[in-house]
Ligand binder design. Structure first.
Ligand SMILES: NC(=O)c1ccc[n+]([C@@H]2O[C@H](COP(=O)([O-])OP(=O)(O)OC[C@H]3O[C@@H](n4cnc5c(N)ncnc54)[C@H](OP(=O)(O)O)[C@@H]3O)[C@@H](O)[C@H]2O)c1
Length: 305
């Protein structure tokens, strides 16, 4: 049987790279991004904000599935440069979605916990009403709305607190800062589920394998994160503990930090819908973190001073 073709937008990004690695074992994978930092063999330079460029790239590949990860992910930057957020995070996604529709490809759109306002007391389900607190979350939500109303085969995958190799992320920042032994102040009043991009990529692969025969039947929104919860402070403590670093970590409140973008206090997403369909529950964030730290220490000698 001919291998299915998958096109990943943002293939040089943190999640994009992990998806390329995981999916290329079973599928024919193509990437598009502003630069080929991942040194992918099947790669096209493409700016998702330019409709004709996106159309040309997608028509060259003619994929069965498109995973749209490309985004402007600097949440505070989005608050300052609203236009860029609108153009990349909303219009860029709409460009990709429109061409998906034209060629009858299935779209996987990666979305975020930041579409919620964080006021709910328990974890968010797929049908809870979004109410973003910041510009980034608003653009992602508006892109979701376009996809929901215009596509018949789509998977909106909402996730949270991503980390992984070759990406700017909390784990590497805490590890690097803690190595200098200077005290660290970390927010303790926001709760979420840290998610390892490799685990998310494998979960997306499992979802793809499941829906293969009848994507329309399973089309919709899915929440996928590693299981369990913590605050950024608890996350930082665990990172330094695993790395045997002695840096002092001090809890602080969000209100003590002046940042352009507001963040939800509760970022927890419920995986119940995903678990019911896939029957392979996501492992705990602690286990996933342990594996990432072990793996990246071996690779980079990171954590050893
Ligand atoms: N990081 C998180 O904690 C988190 C949480 C929830 C959801 N998400 C979502 O998950 C997805 C992946 O996140 P990530 O952390 O892996 O992001 P990332 O590392 O920033 O990767 C995004 C990629 O998209 C590229 N890109 C930006 N503008 C583009 C454009 N106009 N045309 C083509 N490519 C463009 C970026 O290139 P440059 O680097 O050159 O700009 C980068 O390679 C995003 O959709 C994000 O919204 C992330």
């Amino acid at each position: 049987m001919k291998k299915q073709k998958i096109l990943i937008t943002g293939s040089s990004g943190m999640l994009g790279r992990a998806l390329c690695d995981v999916l290329s074992r079973s599928y024919q994978v193509f990437g598009i991004d502003l630069e080929n930092r991942n040194k992918l063999k099947n790669f096209l330079v493409c700016d998702i904000t330019k409709f004709e460029q996106v159309k040309k790239a997608i028509l060259v590949v003619l994929p069965n599935i498109i995973i749209h990860t490309a985004a402007y992910t600097d949440v505070d930057g989005c608050e300052v440069d609203k236009k860029k957020s609108e153009v990349v995070n909303k219009q860029g996604a709409i460009n990709v979605a429109k061409i998906c529709q034209d060629i009858n490809a299935t779209l996987f759109f990666i979305s975020t916990d930041y579409i919620f306002n964080g006021k709910k007391k328990s974890s968010y389900r797929e049908n809870d009403a979004p109410s973003p607190l910041n510009i980034y979350g608003r653009a992602k939500f508006e892109a979701e709305e376009f996809i929901r109303h215009n596509l018949s085969e789509y998977f909106i995958v909402r996730t949270s607190w991503l980390y992984g190799a070759k990406g700017k992320n909390f784990v590497d920042t805490i590890r690097a800062t803690a190595q200098s032994n200077s005290p660290l102040k970390v927010i303790d009043d926001q709760t979420g589920s840290p998610t390892y991009v490799v685990d998310l990529s494998e979960a997306i692969k499992n979802l793809m394998d499941k829906i293969n025969d009848c994507p329309k039947k399973y089309s919709g929104i899915y929440h996928i994160t590693n299981s369990g919860k913590c605050s950024w402070y608890q996350f930082a403590k665990k990172i330094t503990k695993i790395n045997k670093l002695n840096a002092k970590i001090i809890p602080m409140k969000s209100s003590q930090l002046t940042r352009p973008a507001k963040r939800p206090k509760n970022s927890l997403l419920s995986n119940v819908k995903f678990n019911r369909l896939i029957h392979k529950p996501m492992r705990s964030w602690r286990k996933a973190l342990g594996e990432y730290l072990k793996h990246s220490k071996q690779k980079n000698n990171f954590g050893i001073t």
